[in-house]
Design a protein around this ligand. Structure first.
Ligand code: AMP
Length: 219
């Protein structure tokens, strides 16, 4: 049965790292809306230019713009057996849009849909964000505090120079948290009331969280 996995949790809760590992493990595509939007910005598309105005402020990009990008991506052949959707939906409106898209794409096919919530103490997360670095070439994510690259500023995997996201400053991070609590956190109850929510304790190291994630994915 097709497995549709979506992920909820505050900025820098570890979703990016864990969902990248999970995608490799399950051989499903890893669809990360933040990265898709940043790719549009780098490519200089009209969508990217519009998205940048919101991303730079720590606000959500308009619902229609993201829906167009996501529907296009979920309709592709590599999503047939399942997908990992990281960073979408982020509001009740987007959750309704996703249900509609999935219904249109799947028709009468029965699917296994799960919303996996990364439950974490949020006090430490701003520090995580300001220490975050990533590889613009292969997408590997590092953290200077607990997953530093072997050589300063260089990607272990592909040797590229690491970069810091423009929205990973203290001020914009705070905005992103405010947006998360206002717009995205209500999705926890939304999916719970539909019997689709699985919660994992996302405090602790990468391997501890990974074991917990595998349990809820395989159960
Ligand atoms: P992320 O890489 O997941 O931290 O996302 C970075 C930024 O991209 C967010 O702060 C939003 O501005 C934008 N973004 C990502 N996903 C969405 C979404 N589902 N809806 C609207 N904006 C989004």
């Amino acid at each position: 049965m097709k497995k549709e996995l979506i992920f909820l949790g505050p900025p820098a809760c570890g979703k990016g790292t864990q969902t990248t590992m999970l995608a490799e493990h399950l051989k499903f595509p890893h669809i990360d809306t933040g990265s898709l939007l940043r790719a549009e910005i780098s490519a200089g598309t009209e969508a990217g230019k519009e998205a940048k105005l919101y991303i730079d402020e720590g606000h959500l990009v308009p619902v229609q713009l993201v829906a167009r990008i996501i529907k296009n991506r979920l309709s592709q052949d590599d999503c047939k057996n399942g997908y990992i959707l990281d960073g979408y939906p982020r509001s009740l409106e987007q959750a309704d849009a996703l249900t509609k898209m999935n219904d249109e794409i799947n028709g009468n096919e029965e699917v296994d849909f799960r919303a996996i919530y990364f439950d974490i103490d949020t006090e430490v997360l701003i520090e995580r964000i300001v220490n975050r670095r990533s590889c613009p070439k292969c997408g590997e994510i590092y953290n200077l505090a607990f997953k530093a690259p072997k050589q300063d500023g260089i990607c272990d995997k592909c040797g590229e120079h690491l970069t810091q996201r423009k929205d990973d400053t203290r001020e914009i991070a705070q905005e992103r948290f405010d947006t998360y609590f206002k717009e995205t956190a209500p999705l926890i109850d939304y999916y719970k009331s539909r019997g689709a929510l699985k919660t994992i304790d996302a405090n602790g190291g990468i391997s501890e969280v990974w074991e917990r994630l595998l349990k809820v994915v395989n159960d």
